[in-house]
Write a new protein. Structure first.
Length: 94
């Protein structure tokens, strides 16, 4: 995936998070990232020192766990999330 496509996906994920009242937090440290909730607020924490593809993977995995059936997603974002879901399903089938 090109850097431009990766940046576009990151922006689309940020817009989706805004629509769904999910806060994206960029931090540094020895962690992969993921979703959590604090005081009824939902957060996805991303490690900003990790490569963008890894950060996109975290976003894709976390959003793939949510019901997005009634949420408009740009086709490129929907395809990315569906690919992540397929990869997760295949890894569970092995």
């Amino acid at each position: 995936m090109s850097d431009m496509e990766s940046e576009k996906l990151l922006i689309l994920f940020e817009e989706l998070a805004d629509k769904m009242d999910i806060n994206i937090v960029h931090g540094k440290g020895d962690f992969l990232g993921g979703m959590c909730s604090v005081n009824e607020e939902v957060y996805i924490v991303l490690n900003k020192i990790k490569p963008i593809d890894q950060r996109l993977g975290v976003l894709g995995e976390e959003f793939s766990k949510l019901d997005l059936s009634n949420v408009f997603l740009p086709p490129i974002l929907r395809a990315y999330i569906e690919d992540i879901q397929e990869n997760i399903f295949q890894s569970l089938s092995i």
